[in-house]
Design a protein around this ligand. Sequence first.
Ligand SMILES: Nc1nc2c(ncn2[C@@H]2O[C@H](COP(=O)(O)OP(=O)(O)OP(=O)(O)O)[C@@H](O)[C@H]2O)c(=O)[nH]1
Ligand SMILES: [Mg+2]
Length: 377
Amino acid sequence: MSDSEMKSKARYIMIGGFLGAGKTTAIAKLAKRLSEQGLRVGLITNDQGQNLVDTAMLRAQGFATEEIPGGCFCCRFNSLVEAAKKLTDQSRPEVFIAEPVGSCTDLVATVTYPLRRLYGENFTVAPVSVLVDPIRALRVFGLEQGGNFSEKVLYIYNKQIEEAGLVIISKRDLLDDGRLELLRNALAAKFPRKEIMAVSSRTGAGLDAWFGKITSQEQAARPAMEVDYQVYAEGEALLGWLNASVRLSATEAFDSDQFLRKLAEEIQAKLRAEQAEVAHLKMTLSPDEALAGEIAVVNLVRNDFVPELSLRLEEPVRGGELMINLRAEAAPEFLAQVVREVLASASGRFPTLQARLEHLEHFRPGKPNPTHRFKTA
Ligand SMILES: Nc1nc2c(ncn2[C@@H]2O[C@H](COP(=O)(O)OP(=O)(O)OP(=O)(O)O)[C@@H](O)[C@H]2O)c(=O)[nH]1
Ligand SMILES: [Mg+2]
């Protein structure tokens, strides 16, 4: 393809990887860099449910973001194309960055190859990046002890890496060189001939090299991998999903960081007590009186880790919208019960705070049923 042809098409970048691997954080970094270079960027988020924390986070950082709720990209391929069109109408992005659901796989055959075949005149498609949280991966590959998922969930985990154009070890700031080498060798042995890079969105390490590739290279046209959709569906169905939105109001201002941390710790304690492995608990608090972009975010990606505040509010708040997205290997009804109990007890610690559940959905993801599946590019 000639340079001018490449330039007239928008670039389509997909950043996948298991739940909690660091996709949204990396996408925000990439979008910021590209915007600073003067490029127009459009982001697309996706989830099985409504009320997406990721959309709230990315919009709070000022990025044009469209979401596809209620099903994965592969099963809602036409919505994905619609989302890109909507962004094009609004701001004509030169680069689209899409984040698929963290329990999804087979994205090459069901998303990128259909994009290339059906919309090849509109997009150049980058190699699919698959992010791997290093602590989670050391456990999955049996190199370290710790909470883990069932075999069928791990089927999806491994399939995600198998289809990667680039395997990206994320959060490399969490590992010393020895552990990083151990993980890199394990990945290289299990997934031969894959290009493996290590990055940290937090420190910036490795980002230049990775971003350089996905903004310039094209996806290789290899035959798509085989996937056993029965095992894939069973793996997804072992995961419990909960999305909720909660109206918070108080007559006395309260510290949102403390509240979010307390809520996360109490959810964590209840999941741990039932040995229900958390994949990702993420919550945002958008205060009523906030200026654009002011939002608090708390995340928890392992049962034995501390909930982290990835964005904070400067001032105490009196009210706002709390969004809860929880994914764990547990029955959805159990997750709903935990959230109801914890909301009552955590808000009880702040004397005038009332928490009213406005929307709550909890379910197991349905059987994946892709719109298209192309075995070749
Ligand atoms: N230490 C460290 N933590 C990170 C890094 N990147 C992301 N995280 C943290 O990892 C957690 C999950 O990050 P997200 O970006 O939300 O992960 P995700 O893959 O988008 O998660 P889902 O959308 O739920 O699948 C958050 O607490 C982030 O702050 C990193 O480079 N270093
Ligand atoms: Mg995300």
